[in-house]
Design a protein around this ligand. Structure first.
Ligand code: GDP
Length: 309
């Protein structure tokens, strides 16, 4: 069985999310970084056309010690409330990335509040510890105060902290540690992020959390497989939000390798995948085994009008 960890990153713009993901990619079993992908995509429009799908994406999948770590980007703004809620439903933890010099910003606060309300236990990553005059320990105290202010529970308040210089490619569990790799952050992810729930032996259930349109392959639906496995060309039933059942056939299935979208023949419970081939697919719908039709609990899809405090 595939070992999977699903996390989202919460970060204020410029606190180093791209640099951090690149550092993790470079030190993992995955090849490409943002820079390399960008270069390759620039001279590979033909390749993209041939594969029939846009290669760029905001998500990444990183291999480490036999695990596949899916990293989902979160928009850090209240305008994306509904999308944030859905992303948080798909993951089992979040990395709260905070600049060691600038500290917590309003935009990160909003998404953190949602994550805590979802019952997720964040891992706090204090980045840019190489910055002169930065005060990582003081920032941790401020993050703690923020958790208290946002109503974190006792378990959430005991958040693990990892200190990083994404730019220089190292992470530390304690500021006194000597480290020249990202290993401590990888280890924290494997240790603290809960394994995805769900049973691979059960019949297929997947929930669509986001849709997009691709000019080559049409409507795409992304979501998490909660039970069973999904296969290319498989006949399934789509359960609409109103309970209506529609027979359909899965076309292609995409997952990630580094920052690249790749096509796979099958995927299993716990994984987050994108499927093509169903033109009427929509957010909140369940993809179910055709002989054992079971709907997943409905998700909130209204964009909430929340004000930032
Ligand atoms: P994002 O907007 O969160 O994706 O941030 P980026 O990864 O693009 O980083 C924003 C800026 O911060 C860039 O100029 C990076 O080089 C810089 N940066 C990222 N990580 C570090 C770090 O660990 N130390 C220092 N000094 N700068 C960093």
């Amino acid at each position: 069985m595939q070992k999977i960890k699903n996390i989202a990153i919460i970060a204020h713009v410029d606190h180093g999310k791209t640099t951090l993901v690149d550092a993790l990619l470079r030190q993992s079993g995955t090849f490409n970084s943002h820079e390399e992908v960008k270069e390759r995509v620039m001279d590979s429009n033909d390749l993209e056309r041939e594969r029939g799908i846009t290669i760029f994406s905001k998500n990444a999948s990183i291999k480490y010690n036999g695990y596949k770590i899916n990293i989902i980007d979160t928009p850090g703004h209240a305008d994306f409330g509904g999308e944030v809620q859905r992303i948080l439903k798909m993951v089992d933890s979040v990395l709260l990335l905070v600049d060691a010099f600038e500290g917590v910003m309003p935009q990160t606060k909003y998404v953190l509040k949602q994550a805590l309300e979802h019952g997720l236990n964040p891992i706090v990553v204090i980045n840019k510890i190489d910055r002169p005059n930065s005060d990582p320990e003081e920032i941790v105290n401020l993050v703690f105060d923020l958790f208290v202010e946002l109503g974190a529970n006792d378990v959430q308040l005991e958040f693990p902290v990892v200190y990083t210089s994404a730019k220089n490619g190292y992470a530390k569990k304690s500021l006194k540690d000597e480290s020249d790799t990202m290993k401590p952050l990888f280890e924290a992810i494997l240790e603290y992020v809960a394994d995805p729930s769900g049973d691979i032996e059960e019949d297929l259930q997947m929930q669509i959390m986001n849709t997009e349109y691709d000019e080559y392959v049409g409507k795409l639906g992304t979501g998490r497989i909660y039970n069973g496995k999904i296969s290319k060309n498989e006949e399934i039933v789509v359960i609409k939000r109103n309970g209506e059942e529609k027979k359909a056939k899965i076309g292609r299935i995409y997952t990630y390798d580094g920052l690249k979208r790749i096509e796979v023949d099958t995927a299993v419970a716990g994984d987050i995948v994108t499927i093509a081939g169903i033109d009427h697919i929509d957010i909140g719908e369940t993809i179910s085994d055709k002989d054992n039709v079971r709907q997943l609990p409905l998700i909130e899809i209204d964009e909430p009008t929340l004000s930032m405090t």
